[in-house]
Write a protein that binds this ligand. Structure first.
Ligand code: HEC
Length: 224
């Protein structure tokens, strides 16, 4: 009987202990270790330094980890003599092109249009923007990849720069995708796989290749 009573009492104490009462007081901290130390907050005054600021400036020329940008071809799109690189300095594969397409559609298509003809959704409204360029003009087909990269990074005339929004490799991926867009509007029969040429010839009734010589063939729709 007595044992039952003790047990009951014990259970009651336990239950009361479990009520989950909330408290603002810090938990009991039997071993302080180094948990509580004096320290300076970001904007605190510190008499140790002449300017009294606790927060110190990093020495001039300090570069944050991962931000050393010595490769001017990659980061600036320029050779060491300052000229634009002719070609994209990263390996271009399907994955890069798809990334380029994705980022192009986010950042460039609103003005330049999904097919790059300068007819993006912003340009179709009456918002008073300077018209965005079409990529399908001879001059922009001829510019170097480095120049395209520079336009994305630094902007051009009325187009704002996108360096803040688009990281380096994505800029190159976008350049690769613009090249694909340009090719899409200006393809020659010899750029197409044999099966596609055959299909197009069947569908349109046009002759895309003259006997034995594909280089002189012209596309019937007049894009060449
Ligand atoms: C806010 C609208 C806008 C966006 C977004 C935009 N552009 Fe432009 N872009 C323009 C305008 C406007 C021009 C023409 C500027 C001028 O002639 O003053 C232009 C011109 C260009 C040119 C031609 C430069 C030349 O030498 O004539 C290229 C290439 C270009 N943009 C690429 C891009 C790429 C790549 C992106 C996406 C990263 C992009 N633009 C995003 C508005 C835009």
């Amino acid at each position: 009987m007595r044992r039952l009573l003790v047990l009951g009492l014990f259970a009651t104490i336990l239950l009361i202990g479990c009520r989950g009462r909330q408290s603002e007081a810090p938990p009991i901290h039997p071993h302080l270790s180094m948990d509580f130390q004096e320290k300076f907050g970001a904007q605190d005054y510190n008499p140790f330094f002449e300017d009294g600021a606790a927060m110190r400036k990093p020495p001039t020329g300090t570069v944050a980890r991962g931000y050393l940008r010595q490769n001017s071809e990659l980061h600036e799109g320029r050779l060491s003599n300052g000229e634009y690189v002719e070609q994209i300095p990263i390996a271009v594969n399907r994955q890069v092109l798809e990334r380029g397409q994705d980022q192009y559609n986010v950042y460039c298509a609103p003005c330049h249009g999904k097919s790059g003809n300068g007819n993006g959704v912003i340009m179709r409204g009456d918002y008073g923007y300077t018209p965005a360029s079409s990529y399908h003009v001879e001059r922009l087909r001829q510019v170097t990849d480095g120049y395209m990269y520079d336009v994305i990074k630094n902007g051009v005339r009325n187009m704002p720069p996108y360096a803040q929004q688009i990281p380096v490799r994505d800029r190159w991926a976008i350049v690769a995708y613009i090249r694909a867009l340009q090719r899409s509007q200006n393809a020659r029969p010899e750029n197409l796989p044999e099966s596609v040429v055959t299909r197009l010839e069947e569908e349109t009734g046009a002759t895309l290749r003259s006997a034995g010589d594909t280089t002189t063939a012209t596309v019937a729709s007049g894009t060449e």
